[in-house]
Each structure stands twice: as C-alpha cells, then as structure tokens.
Design a protein around this ligand. Structure first.
Ligand SMILES: CC(C)(COP(=O)(O)OP(=O)(O)OC[C@H]1O[C@@H](n2cnc3c(N)ncnc32)[C@H](O)[C@@H]1OP(=O)(O)O)[C@@H](O)C(=O)NCCC(=O)NCCS
Length: 167
C-alpha cells in the first residue's frame, strides 16, 4: 500500500480559483479581489496544500510592519473538513515557521481567530502560540463577533532601559 502524501505548492493564475473556492468553503468571511491579487505576489507566503494530489488546504500570510515591529500575519490557514486531523494544518504551520526562521528578522507571528473556534486555538497552542489580546466586535458579519489575537513570539524585544549601565 502506498502512503498518503501531503505536499505544498505555489498559488498561480492557473489554480487561484481553487484557492478562492477553498477559502469560501472553509472560512465564514469572504476575501476580496485585492486579497487574491496580493496572494499571487506573495511567493512562499501563500501555498496550496495537496493530499494525494488533490487541493485540500491553503495558507496565506503577509508581512506586517505596524506597531514598530516586523511580524508575519497569517491571514488564512485552513483545511477542508473531511481532511482535518491528518497533519495537513501542521505541514502548513511548519512551512510558515521555517520561513520566519530562515528569514531570521521577524519579531513574531500572529493571527485572529473567532473566540468560539476552540479547535483552531488548541491547534495553534501546540505550536507555541498564545492568546495575547481579545478584540470585541472584530468581525462585522459573523457571530460571535469577537476575536482572539494568537501570537508566537520569535525573539525578545530589546528594551533599552534594561541595558543601561549604572555609574
Ligand atoms: C485549525 C485547522 C487548520 C487544523 O488543521 P488540521 O489539518 O486538522 O490540523 P492537524 O491535523 O495538523 O492537527 C495537529 C494537532 O493540532 C491539534 N488540533 C487540530 N485540530 C483540533 C481540534 N479541532 N480540536 C483539538 N485539537 C486540535 C491536535 O493536537 C492535532 O494533533 P492530533 O490530530 O494528533 O491530535 C483546521 O481545523 C481548519 O482548517 N479549521 C478551519 C479554519 C480555521 O479555523 N483556521 C484558523 C484560523 S486562520
């Protein structure tokens, strides 16, 4: 018997419709044309996940430079329901972790998750993400509207005052 295989592949103009369909099925919010235009330019930050050559998942990230830090923001990371708990989400997170480690210049990775999405919260906690904030009314068209911010810190912030020499 051959083993099941999980692989990641690039998002291209030829398969972007598969990504759109997948996101429509997996996420309760919809993403606009600008999102998909940016994804096509995202290189390693956007990937489709294949299970035995079928598209079953996708991850889309962008670099965020707000709040005086360089952070990787996971916009979407999802897998079709029948293919969950097979390690596909893990392969996608691992890809993101490899990316930031190789780059070496990110402070953290973060994402928003609906407060009711306990499965995703448990999933991300496995990779060292923590709830750092809860934003009320973050979502406009879905209930519950509140979101947790999940964050994984990659390097400690250098705090100048901690390094002052006392004369
Ligand atoms: C969250 C999600 C991406 C996980 O993907 P997945 O392919 O099922 O994850 P994996 O199989 O790699 O799971 C790895 C581990 O995470 C934990 N985990 C994953 N889903 C879980 C769940 N529903 N409940 C509890 N723990 C969970 C488990 O420890 C699991 O290991 P195990 O199966 O050996 O117990 C998937 O459930 C999903 O697509 N959800 C909808 C989209 C979403 O909410 N995305 C998050 C916001 S971007």
């Amino acid at each position: 018997m051959t083993r099941s295989k999980i692989e990641l592949g690039d998002v291209t103009p030829h398969n972007i419709k598969q990504l759109k369909l997948l996101n429509q099925v997996v996420f309760p919010v919809s993403y606009n044309e600008k999102f998909y235009k940016d994804v096509l330019e995202a290189g390693e930050l956007a990937k489709l996940a294949y299970y035995n050559d079928i598209v079953v998942g996708a991850v889309c990230c962008r670099v965020d430079t707000s709040e005086n830090s360089r952070r990787l923001y996971i916009m979407t990371l999802g897998c079709l329901y029948p293919y969950r708990r097979l390690g596909i989400g893990t392969v996608m997170v691992q890809h993101v972790l490899n990316y930031v480690n190789k780059d070496g210049n990110f402070d953290s990775i973060f994402l928003h998750v609906q407060i009711s999405n306990e499965g995703a919260i448990d999933f991300y906690k496995k990779f060292g993400f923590e709830i750092v904030e809860t934003k009320e009314h973050y979502y406009k068209r879905i209930e519950p509207a509140d979101a947790h911010v999940l964050q994984k810190t990659l390097r400690p912030r250098t705090n100048q005052t901690n390094h002052q020499t006392v004369n």
